[in-house]
Write a protein that binds this ligand. Structure first.
Ligand code: PHE
Length: 381
């Protein structure tokens, strides 16, 4: 049924939009009908042109101005004017001299394209993507170790109990094995414990996986995602990132561990940073330590001007990673691949990438990294 211009009583934006859309689709439908129809296409197109653009009675040049614009209340005149201009453009473009030479049936793509391009508008800015701040931090850390001759290894996020715990010397009832801390995959009870699947709670299982594949000497860093059963808050997330390191060779000592990590921290946080090791415990390293660096926010003073420094809790030190000498019990699991604990020694370390990114960029809520809010991410572009 042919379109007739309705009278408007409602001049709200919604009503105007509806009226505009109705007129526009009516025009499109008439064109399509002509293009697809039999009859003389040229002649029929001309009929449509006059019906819509005719000076005397044309829909956009006469009827709409008379029926919509003239009676419009003063405050709606501007909106109606805009609707009218858009419709005019929509229709006129179709009879554009260039596309006018294209056979009607083939005009639709030109028509749509021209409609989409208004050369009077400023160009569309194509935003260039940027590295996510966590990925950026991760790459920086990895690059520091690559310069020292380390290669990059990766491993699965869904891991077996064997690699996540057993081969790392965790006793059967260690608290980390509890559902309080670890997210287990459901329905695994029928399997022997070592084959049960879980979300890895650290990147350390890749130590074992790598030593199974590569004979010593090795030097690797392992970036990756890990999961723990922690409710999300400003400093916790059930999903976070770690970077693991492992060096195994003959005669690797705790001195090598200290020297390597001291060098890496200076490369990451600046040459004035001091490092400090405190005894700690991990089932897979012996001895174990936590590494602290002088707070790079307050420079180690514990104060920011007259305020207490929050990131280091006024201590002047920030814990950045766990580390230690690879426990001989761990080597026992890969002994057959050349890791005889009597012949080789090594050190390992693991750090929380997200926490380092947090400190590095002075962000106070970890969740911001995971929410994907472009306004936040743009600040790192
Ligand atoms: N895997 C330990 C953690 O997640 C960190 C660590 C890695 C400690 C390597 C020592 C050696 O807490």
């Amino acid at each position: 049924m042919a379109y007739t211009v309705p009278k408007l009583t409602d001049y709200s934006d919604a009503a105007l939009n509806r009226a505009e859309e109705e007129a526009r689709s009516a025009f499109d439908a008439e064109l399509m009908a002509v293009s697809a129809g039999t009859g003389d296409i040229g002649e029929n197109i001309e009929i449509v042109r006059v019906r819509w653009l005719g000076r005397e009675k044309g829909i956009v040049n006469k009827q709409i101005p008379d029926l919509w614009l003239k009676p419009a209340p003063k405050e709606a005149k501007r909106s109606v004017g805009q609707v009218l201009n858009r419709l005019k453009r929509h229709v006129e473009i179709y009879f554009h001299p260039v596309i006018g030479n294209v056979p009607p049936i083939e005009r639709q793509p030109f028509f749509l394209e021209l409609q989409a391009v208004d050369i009077t508008l400023p160009g569309a800015r194509r935003p260039i993507g940027a590295e996510h701040p966590i990925l950026k931090t991760s790459r920086e850390i990895v690059a520091v170790f690559q310069k020292l001759g380390y290669s990059v290894a990766e491993g699965p996020v869904v891991e077996t109990d064997y690699y996540n715990f057993e081969a790392l010397n965790f006793p059967p009832n260690h608290p980390a094995r509890d559902t309080q801390d670890t997210l287990f995959i459901a329905g695994q009870q029928a399997k022997p414990q070592r084959e049960r699947l879980l979300l890895r709670t650290h990147t350390s299982p890749v130590q074992i996986r790598t030593m199974e594949k590569l004979r010593p000497p090795i030097r690797i860093v392992i970036p990756g995602v890990v999961h723990r059963n922690d409710p999300p808050d400003a400093s916790h997330s059930p999903m976070f990132n770690q970077i693991e390191g492992l060096a195994v060779d003959t005669n690797i000592t705790f001195g090598d561990l200290k020297g390597t990590l001291d060098y890496a921290m200076k490369a990451l946080f600046g040459s004035s940073v001091k490092t400090h090791f405190r005894p700690s415990f991990f089932p897979f390293t012996e001895p174990s330590a936590e590494l602290y660096v002088t707070c790079f926010i307050c420079g180690g003073s514990g104060r920011r001007g007259s305020d207490p420094c929050r990131p280091c809790k006024q201590t002047g030190w920030i814990e950045v990673l766990g580390c230690g000498m690879v426990d001989p019990n761990v080597f026992e699991f890969v002994k057959d691949n050349g890791y005889d604990p009597k012949r080789v020694s090594g050190f390992a370390f693991g750090m929380g990438t997200d926490r380092l990114a947090l400190l590095k960029y002075g962000v106070d809520d970890l969740q911001l990294f995971f929410q994907g809010d472009v306004r936040f991410l743009e600040m790192f572009g």
